[in-house]
Design a protein around this ligand. Structure first.
Ligand code: NCD
Length: 313
C-alpha cells in the first residue's frame, strides 16, 4: 500500500478492493464483546486535527485502539497552534516524539500533502479543505458494496454542494477506480470550476436525475452537506429555494426505487439538503456509514502499519 494516503487516486483497483475486503474482516470486531486485536501493539498514532470533527476523529481513534495502538488526539484548539505556531513546526514537533503514523485534517486544500512532505512517518489525509477525504470515500464504497454488491457499472448520484466538498471529489475518484458511474447534481453555482474534466456526468436537474430520465436508473444517492462555513458569497438565493430545488424531500424519495440506498457523510442539515423522512427512513444508510468508518479505518491503519512490516519481513 502507498506510504501515505493523501488522495483516493493513490489507490488502484486492487489496493482499494484489498482495503474493502480487509474492512469486512475488521467489521466483525464491532460485534464482539472484547473489541481488541493485537497487531498495532506498541505503535503510536497521532490524530492532528486543525478543523472540527465528530465522526472522522473518533472513528480513527476507535480504529487505532481496537488494533491496540496508542492514539493521541491533538487539536488546534488547546494546542500551541492557538499561540501562533506554524503548521510545519507543529507537525515536526508532534512527529519528533516517535510517532508511527499521523492522521491529519486541515482547513486548507493541500495542507496535508505539505505535512506528509515534512515528516518521516506515513500520513493519512482526514480531509484537507475542499480537496480530498479518501477514507470517507472508502467507507462510502464499503457501505455501497454492502447494499449493492460489486460496484462495477453501478450508477451513483452525488447531490448538493459539490464545489466545497472534499467528499465528492474523493468519491468520484474512488468510484471511477471501482468501475462505477457517477452523476453530480448541483445548482451551477455549486459545481466546481473544472468539473468538466472530472470522470463523471453533471446535471442541474435533481428530479430528472433521480427518476432515471436524464442519466439512466440511479442505484444509490449521496446527499452532501451545504458547507456554509466555506461559503464566501451568495451561492443560492435562500435556504428555502435550495431545499426546494436540491433537498431530498419526501416527494423526491418517491422517485427512487425502494432498495436505493440514501447516503450522507454527516453532519446533516435536516430540512435543507435532506428531510428527516429521507435521513431516518428505510433507505437511509447514514448510520451504516458511521459503522463502516471504523472498519475501513482499521483496515487502512492495519495495512499501512502492520501490512508494511509484513511486506518488509
Ligand atoms: C465531511 C467532512 O468533514 O468533509 N464529514 C465527515 O467527514 N463525516 C463532510 C462535511 O463536513 O459535510
Amino acid at each position: 500500500m502507498t506510504r501515505s494516503l493523501l488522495s483516493a487516486a493513490d489507490l488502484d483497483r486492487d489496493e482499494a478492493t484489498a482495503l474493502l475486503d480487509a474492512a469486512v474482516r475488521m467489521h466483525a470486531v464491532q460485534s464482539r464483546e472484547v473489541k481488541k486485536l493485537p497487531p498495532l501493539r506498541g505503535r503510536t498514532i497521532v490524530n492532528l486535527f486543525f478543523e472540527d470533527s465528530t465522526r472522522t476523529r473518533s472513528s480513527f481513534e476507535i480504529a487505532g485502539k481496537w488494533l491496540s495502538a496508542d492514539v493521541i488526539n491533538v487539536s488546534a484548539k488547546g494546542s500551541s497552534v492557538s499561540k501562533g505556531e506554524s503548521l510545519r513546526d507543529t507537525a515536526l514537533t508532534v512527529a519528533a516524539m516517535g510517532v508511527d503514523l499521523l492522521v491529519v485534517r486541515h482547513g486548507s486544500s493541500g495542507a496535508v500533502q505539505r505535512v506528509a512532505s515534512w515528516v518521516a512517518c506515513p500520513v493519512v489525509n482526514a480531509g484537507d479543505g475542499t480537496h480530498e477525504h479518501p477514507t470517507q470515500a472508502l467507507l462510502d464504497a464499503y457501505t455501497l458494496r454492502g447494499r449493492l454488491g460489486e460496484l462495477a457499472d453501478r450508477h451513483v448520484a452525488i447531490v448538493g454542494d459539490i464545489a466545497h466538498s472534499r467528499v465528492a471529489r474523493s468519491n468520484v475518484l474512488l468510484l471511477q477506480t471501482l468501475g462505477a458511474r457517477v452523476t453530480l447534481v448541483a445548482p451551477p453555482t455549486l459545481l466546481p470550476a473544472g468539473v468538466g474534466g472530472w470522470p463523471c456526468e453533471t446535471d442541474w436537474d435533481l428530479d430528472a436525475t433521480l427518476s432515471g430520465k436524464a442519466h439512466g436508473d440511479v442505484d444509490a444517492v449521496m446527499m452532501l452537506r451545504v458547507q456554509r462555513e466555506r461559503m464566501t458569497g451568495g451561492y443560492f438565493p435562500t435556504e428555502r429555494e435550495y431545499a426546494a430545488g436540491y433537498g431530498l424531500s419526501p416527494q423526491r424519495l418517491d422517485l427512487l426505487d425502494e432498495d436505493v440506498p440514501v447516503l450522507h457523510p454527516g453532519p446533516m442539515n435536516r430540512g435543507l439538503e435532506i428531510s428527516s423522512a429521507a435521513a431516518d427512513g428505510p433507505r437511509s444508510v447514514v448510520l451504516e456509514q458511521v459503522q463502516a468508518g471504523v472498519a475501513v479505518r482499521m483496515a487502512v491503519l492495519y495495512r499501512m502499519l502492520a501490512g508494511a512490516a509484513e511486506g518488509a519481513a
